[in-house]
Design a binder for this molecule. Structure first.
Ligand SMILES: *Cc1c(COP(=O)(O)O)cnc(C)c1O
Length: 572
C-alpha cells in the first residue's frame, strides 16, 4: 500500500477544522434548508419595509407641511424638549413649583370657601328632608357669577322658570328610569328614539340616517371619531389612523385623539375669514386619514368653516367628514328661516357623514344631553359595543355609558316638545338678533371700533374680539369686564376674548356693550397715564397666564397649573 506523504501537523489540524466547519454548516443546512437565505433576506425585507415606511411618512410630512413648515415643526419640537430639560434643573424646578403653588393657593382661596361647614363623611343619622332642603337652598345661593342676570357667556342657554319647572317635572317622573332596560322603561326608549328623529329632521338627514343620544358634546364627538376609526380599520385595514382638524375645532377632537390613538393634524384658520385653510387640509390627507372635521360654528370665534369645500374634498378623497354643530345646535338650522344670512352645514352637503348637535346648548335641554347623527346605520353601528360572551350575559350598549339617566332623556324630550319649531325660531331671532346688534355696536361705537377688532364674520351667537392696538392687552379688558361682574371667555392664538350670547345675555347685550366701552376707555387711560410716567404696562392675572406662561416653548407649567386646578375641584 503506497504510503501517503505525511502532512505537517499544523496543516492537517487546519484541514480538520475546515472539514468540521463544513460538516456543521451542512448539518445546519440540512436541518433548515432555508435558514441561510431567509435570515439575510428577512433582514433586508424588514429593513426596506421600515425604510419605506419612514420615507413615506417623511414624504407625507413634507407634502403636508412643506419644507419650511416641517423645519419649523422640528425647530419647535427641539425647543420644547430643551426647555423641558431646563425646567427640570434643580434650581429652576424649585422656583417653578413655588410660583405654581402660590398661584394655586390664591385660586383655592377663591374657589373653596374656608368658613363653610364641610361634610367629609356620611352623617351618622340621615338628615330630615327639611334640613336637606335648607342646605340645598344655601348651596344654590352661594356667591356666584350672576348667570341669572345675563352676566355669563354661554353656560346657561335658556334658564327661564317655566321651562325649568317643566324639565324638573319630567325629570321627577323618570328619576328611576334607565334606558338599558327598554322593557322596564318603554317610555324612555320611545322618547330617546324621538329625540334623535327630531334632531335628524332638523339637519335634513336623508332616508336611512341614524343617530344616538349622548351625555354631551364631548361624548358625541368622541363617538363620531371612534366610528370613523373603526370604519377605517374594518374596511381599509388602517392601523395608524390620522384625522385633520381646524385649529379652532373643539378640543374634544384632540381628546378623541388621545383616548383612541388617532394622530391629530391641526390646520390653521387664518384671518380674515378665520375659516380652516382648505388647501392645507387637502395637502395633509394621506391613506391613513380617517376623518375630516369642520365646525358650524367653532367655539373660539363662532365662525362656520367652509363646509361646502370640505364636503367636496371629502367626497373626492372618499374620507368621512364630521360637522361639529354642538354649539350651533338649534340656532344654525333656524338661521335662514329667521331671515339671517346662513351657510350650508348639514346633510344636504353630500360629503357630510356625521354631525354632533347639543340638545343641552341651544336645544335648551338640561345639561347631560347631546346627539350624534350619522348619514347611515353602518356608521352608527361602528360606535356600538357588543360582547356576546360575558358571563353576565350577552351585552350590547350603543356608546360609552352602560346605565344612563332616563330622567335626562325625558327632560330633553319635554324641552323639545314644549319649545317646538316656533319657539326655536323665536329664540334664534332673539339670540342671533342680539348678537348682530352687539356686533354692530362694536364696529360703530368710536371707542369700541378704535380698540377692538371682531374676528371674521360671525353668523351665529359668538362674537370674538382682539385688541386693535399693540399697547392694549385684550386679557386686561377681559379682567376689567370680570371686575364688573362679567364672565367672558379668554382665547389664545391669537389672544382674544369672546362672548357666547344666550337667552339671558340677549336681554342685557346693551349693558354688556356699555361696560365694554367703559373698560376700553379705562384701559386706554391707564396705558396713557403709564406712558406719561415713563413706566411699562403692568400685567393682569389672565395676561400673565396666557402672555407669559402661554408663550413659553414648553407648556408644562401651564399643564401643572391646570392639573392643580382640577385637583381643587375635588377639595371638599
Ligand atoms: C360646547 C362645545 C362642544 C362640547 O360640548 P360639551 O357639551 O361641553 O362636551 C363641542 N364643540 C363645540 C363647538 C362646542 O361649543
Amino acid at each position: 500500500m503506497p504510503k501517503r506523504p505525511a502532512l505537517p501537523a499544523a496543516h492537517s489540524a487546519r484541514i480538520r477544522e475546515g472539514l468540521q466547519n463544513v460538516q456543521q454548516k451542512t448539518k445546519a443546512r440540512a436541518a433548515s434548508p432555508l435558514s441561510f437565505v431567509s435570515l439575510d433576506l428577512l433582514r433586508n425585507i424588514i429593513f426596506f419595509y421600515f425604510l419605506l415606511r419612514w420615507t413615506r411618512r417623511a414624504l407625507w410630512k413634507l407634502k403636508g407641511r412643506g419644507l419650511l413648515g416641517t423645519l419649523r415643526e422640528v425647530y419647535g419640537d427641539t425647543r420644547r424638549v430643551l426647555y423641558g430639560y431646563f425646567l427640570r434643573l434643580p434650581g429652576v424646578r424649585a422656583k417653578v413649583k413655588k410660583e405654581v403653588d402660590g398661584a394655586l393657593r390664591k385660586l383655592e382661596s377663591k374657589m373653596v370657601p374656608a368658613d363653610a361647614t364641610r361634610y367629609l363623611a356620611l352623617p351618622k343619622e340621615g338628615w330630615t328632608q327639611e334640613a336637606v332642603r335648607k342646605e340645598l337652598d344655601a348651596l344654590a345661593n352661594m356667591d356666584h357669577t350672576r348667570w341669572e342676570d345675563g352676566y355669563v357667556s354661554g353656560a346657561v342657554y335658556h334658564g327661564e322658570d317655566d321651562l325649568l319647572r317643566l324639565q324638573t317635572e319630567a325629570y321627577g317622573k323618570f328619576t328611576v328610569a334607565n334606558p338599558i332596560h327598554p322593557d322596564v322603561f318603554p317610555g324612555v326608549r320611545k322618547m330617546e328614539a324621538e329625540v334623535v328623529a327630531m334632531v335628524l329632521s332638523l339637519f335634513n338627514a336623508p332616508p336611512g340616517a341614524a343617530g344616538v343620544t349622548t351625555s354631551g358634546g364631548t361624548e358625541s364627538i368622541l363617538m363620531a371619531c371612534l366610528s370613523a376609526r373603526q370604519k377605517a380599520y374594518h374596511e381599509r385595514g388602517i392601523t395608524e389612523p390620522e384625522m385633520i382638524l381646524p385649529e379652532t375645532a373643539h378640543t374634544a377632537f384632540r381628546k378623541a385623539g388621545e383616548y383612541f390613538k388617532i394622530k391629530i393634524h391641526v390646520v390653521e384658520c387664518p384671518a380674515p375669514s378665520y375659516q380652516v385653510d382648505i388647501k392645507r387640509v387637502a395637502r395633509l390627507i394621506n391613506r391613513n386619514t380617517i376623518l375630516l372635521v369642520g365646525s358650524a360654528p367653532n367655539f373660539p370665534h363662532g365662525i362656520i368653516d367652509d363646509l361646502t369645500s370640505l364636503s367636496n374634498l371629502a367626497l373626492r378623497k372618499r374620507i368621512p367628514l364630521h360637522v361639529d354643530c354642538c354649539l350651533g345646535s338649534f340656532l344654525v338650522p333656524f338661521l335662514s328661516k329667521a331671515g339671517f344670512p346662513s351657510a350650508p352645514f348639514d346633510f344636504r352637503l353630500p360629503g357630510v357623514t356625521s354631525i354632533s348637535c347639543d340638545t343641552h346648548k341651544y336645544g335648551f335641554a338640561p345639561k347631560g344631553n347631546s346627539t350624534v347623527l350619522y348619514r347611515n346605520q353602518e356608521l352608527r353601528a361602528y360606535q356600538y359595543f357588543v360582547d356576546p360572551s360575558w358571563s353576565g350575559g350577552v351585552y350590547a350598549s350603543p356608546g360609552m355609558a352602560g346605565s344612563r339617566p332616563g330622567a335626562l332623556i325625558a327632560a330633553c324630550w319635554a324641552s323639545l316638545m314644549s319649545v317646538g319649531e316656533e319657539g326655536y325660531l323665536a329664540a334664534c331671532r332673539e339670540i342671533v338678533g342680539a348678537t348682530k346688534q352687539l356686533l354692530h355696536r362694536i364696529r360703530t361705537s368710536p371707542i369700541l371700533a378704535a380698540e377692538l377688532e371682531v374676528l371674521g364674520e360671525p353668523l351665529v351667537s359668538v362674537v370674538a374680539v382682539r385688541a386693535r392696538q399693540p399697547d392694549i392687552n385684550i386679557y386686561d379688558i377681559a379682567d376689567g369686564m370680570g371686575a364688573r361682574g362679567w364672565h367672558l371667555n379668554a382665547l389664545q392664538n391669537p389672544a382674544a376674548m369672546h362672548v357666547a350670547v344666550t337667552k339671558p345675555v340677549a336681554k342685557v347685550w346693551s349693558r354688556l356693550a356699555d361696560d365694554l366701552e367703559a373698560v376700553c376707555k379705562e384701559e386706554r387711560e391707564k396705558v396713557e397715564q403709564r406712558r406719561k410716567e415713563g413706566k411699562d404696562n403692568k400685567m393682569g392675572d389672565t395676561a400673565a397666564l396666557y402672555g407669559v406662561a402661554g408663550s413659553l416653548p414648553n407648556k408644562s407649567v401651564v399643564v401643572e397649573m391646570a392639573r392643580g386646578f382640577l385637583d381643587l375641584l375635588y377639595k371638599a
